[in-house]
Design a protein around this ligand. Structure first.
Ligand SMILES: [Zn+2]
Length: 299
């Protein structure tokens, strides 16, 4: 009998624990603000789309790093805070282990946003010139019109053209590009790359570095200048060079992680007693936080 009571008690406690959702927190509001054409609001722990679709925001589950990558809910996409500008930038020193801001994605969310198949994504694609001033109109790129990604990338291209006019040595990083739209999985995984949705661009592969190219021994490297990264970030694109699993040619449209044009304080959730909570919304800057992140068990 005693044992049965104990089991019931554990069950009730775990149900209470599971109910401690983030609900619609500041990050949910960021998401809605970032995609006003498609998202209406966050209500009762659901992201409500303009067409009436509802998606769970926070599933309340505690996740390992691997399950964050493979079973992320929408709330998990904010797990690591993306450091804007110079703060997360380096030529030689990478982020602490597994610190991958923006690499955690809920695939259902992206499929709903940009298209559930290559055919569906293609319906929204358009071609725009890439650095027309610096290259005499030689290059065109294929991107989605959804969320105005085409306009955002045209603005990036205009600013990069100006940068190249001032500093011609910048051109080699930007053309020829590695690619934009391609329906494919991320190397070594079953997860779709953001290239599948026409919302990502790889700049010149020749001057880029990718964590998998190093073989067994991890070493961070980067050649891409900060001035290029800052232009992309200004228009809503995050950079793969700020990931522990770095990909320095890669930029993708993720305005929710940049709060483009707005400055709102980042909230630290207290609802879910997850170990390593403090490290979640700020880049690791103390030794304790880095240790916590390296521990691996906390996420
Ligand atoms: Zn890429």
């Amino acid at each position: 009998m005693k044992r049965r009571q104990w089991i019931i008690r554990v069950l009730i406690l775990s149900m209470l624990g599971a109910a401690a959702y983030a609900e619609c927190d500041a990050n949910a509001q960021r998401l809605v603000r970032a995609y006003p054409d498609r998202l209406k609001e966050c209500r009762d722990n659901r992201i409500v789309w303009r067409d009436g679709t509802r998606m769970i925001y926070d599933d309340g589950k505690k996740k390992s790093f691997d399950s964050l990558l493979n079973q992320a809910d929408i709330e998990d996409m904010f797990h690591f805070r993306y450091p804007k500008g110079a703060s997360g930038y380096s030529r030689s020193r990478g982020p602490s282990k597994n610190y991958d801001p923006g690499r955690i994605r809920n695939e259902k969310f992206f499929r709903k946003m940009y298209g559930d198949s290559a055919t569906e994504v293609r319906r929204h694609l358009t071609r725009i010139p890439w650095l027309p001033r610096s290259t005499h109109g030689r290059y065109r790129i294929t991107v989605t019109r959804i969320n105005g990604v085409d306009r955002a990338l045209a603005a990036v291209s205009r600013d990069l053209d100006r940068l190249v006019a001032r500093e011609p040595s910048m051109k080699k990083y930007l053309v020829p590009i590695g690619g934009t739209f391609m329906w494919r999985s991320i190397a070594g995984t079953h997860r779709l790359s953001v290239h599948s949705f026409g919302a990502a661009i790889d700049i010149n592969v020749k001057h880029s570095a990718y964590w998998r190219w190093n073989g067994k021994h991890y070493r961070y490297r980067n050649e891409i200048p900060l001035s290029i990264v800052e232009i992309f970030e200004r228009h809503g694109f995050i950079w793969g060079g700020k990931w522990y699993h770095y990909d320095t040619m890669h930029f993708e449209y993720r305005p929710e992680l940049l709060d483009v044009g707005k400055r709102a304080p980042v909230s630290v959730k207290s609802a879910r007693g997850v170990q390593g909570q403090k490290a979640r919304n700020s880049p690791p800057n103390s030794l304790e936080q880095i240790k916590e992140l390296n521990d691996g068990r906390s996420f």
